[in-house]
Design a protein around this ligand. Structure first.
Ligand SMILES: [Fe+2]
Length: 389
């Protein structure tokens, strides 16, 4: 034994460096592989798995036909004019709703991402079964402007800096601790607000509106109409629509002007932020889009982006009640940034049931049956009722 070496009685182990390096490389490779697989799934698989969500919502103070009022709710097509991504979605939607009968077709905006997407919007509209009463919609922010997606990170960073400055948090502090604080705050900002890009140009909203109306879909631009004025057998329910909150001129009081006090109103708005409007106390049902259900929903972090300001993160999509208003947010069919994770593209069939309907009584007693992620399958199971089609 060498002088100065202590004899511990333990057998000597060979140097573990190479094994440790190998394990680290294998772990890093595994993580990179998982990341690539997840990105591939979000880019190439989930955006094409369109699902049909069925939900029944009970409305108070409304007389509705025994079968209810069936609404096909579409939203957020975000068509760019990229046939390779958009045509398969169109085919899936048509397959899902083949033979379906419904009273109203509504679209809650973001028909297109940029003008060349219009042709695919019209292709889908032409192929849909005709609604019994009519088709109506509202415009979304993307119908007004196209965005430069490559600017997303820079634009989000600038909005973040502007907000930090406005709230007196700049500078973040010197050295490493200041940088870490900044990084932490930026991560929180991204996770709690939706990512946004700089507007790159205006879309031709006049042409979009004209073509939609030529194909039988009327845009409710701060307007309301009574359904029984469309068809003598339709229920006495007002359908109203407001313009987009970011690039349009939303005016809920103007939309509700023809509605006598106390009459029931179903409202279409692209952006659920309309819930902050004090006139929402005149509205019973809000149908909205815009959130894409969070679009990127990371495990443990709930919805990664796209949450409207007045809403809790868990309300990025589906059915819930907000200050007495029944709210349904559609996850949408398309996306600007072409990724979806945990928030598949969705079309919805909503059945409204009215006063006196036994289903309404059951659903009012057990609102969780409706709320359960907005899935009618779950709702029917919970209340033990047959599915309608
Ligand atoms: Fe959208």
């Amino acid at each position: 034994m060498d002088e100065g070496t202590e004899n511990t009685g333990l057998p000597e182990r060979p140097f573990a460096g190479p094994r440790l390096l190998g394990a680290t490389l294998a772990g890093a490779g595994l993580l990179a592989g998982l990341g690539t697989a997840l990105a591939g799934y979000a880019l190439l698989w989930e955006p094409f798995r369109v699902r049909l969500e069925r939900i029944t919502i009970p409305l108070d103070r409304v007389e509705l036909p025994p079968q209810g009022l069936r609404i096909l709710h579409l939203s957020d097509f975000h068509f760019h004019g990229m046939d390779r991504r958009e045509r398969p979605k169109i085919r899936q939607v048509l397959r899902l709703i083949q033979g379906m009968e419904y009273d109203l077709l509504v679209h809650t905006g973001d028909f297109l991402e940029r003008d060349p997407g219009l042709e695919n919007v019209l292709t889908l509209l032409r192929a849909l079964p005709r609604p019994r009463l009519g088709a109506f919609g509202v415009l979304g922010n993307h119908d007004y402007v196209s965005y430069a997606l490559r600017t997303t990170l820079r634009f989000t960073w600038q909005s973040f800096r502007a907000r930090e400055a406005q709230e007196g948090r700049l500078p973040w502090g010197p050295g490493l601790s200041g940088r870490l604080r900044m990084l932490l705050r930026f991560s929180q900002y991204i996770l709690h607000r939706h990512l946004d890009s700089a507007p790159a140009g205006a879309n031709d909203t006049v042409r979009l509106r004209r073509e939609l109306e030529r194909h039988g879909l009327a845009i409710l631009h701060n307007q309301a109409l009574r359904l029984d004025q469309l068809h003598p057998q339709a229920p006495r329910l007002w359908l109203a629509g407001v313009d987009d909150h970011r690039y349009g001129r939303p005016d809920l009081p103007r939309a509700l002007q023809p509605v006598p006090p106390g009459d029931p109103v179903a409202l279409l708005s692209h952006n659920p932020d309309v819930l902050d409007d004090p006139h929402m106390d005149r509205v019973q049902l809000l149908l909205a889009g815009h959130t894409h259900g969070g679009q990127i929903r990371l495990p443990f972090l709930e919805r990664g982006q796209h949450v409207a300001d007045p809403l809790a993160r868990r309300h990025a999509a589906g059915y819930f009640r907000h200050r007495g208003v029944h709210v349904y947010i559609n996850q949408g069919l398309g996306e600007g940034i072409p990724l979806r994770l945990g928030a598949p593209p969705t079309v919805s069939l909503i059945t409204l049931v009215g006063t006196g309907d036994p289903r309404a009584a059951t659903l009012r007693r057990r609102p969780e049956a409706v709320r359960r992620n907005g899935r009618l399958r779950g709702a029917w199971k919970a209340v033990g009722l047959p599915r309608t089609r």
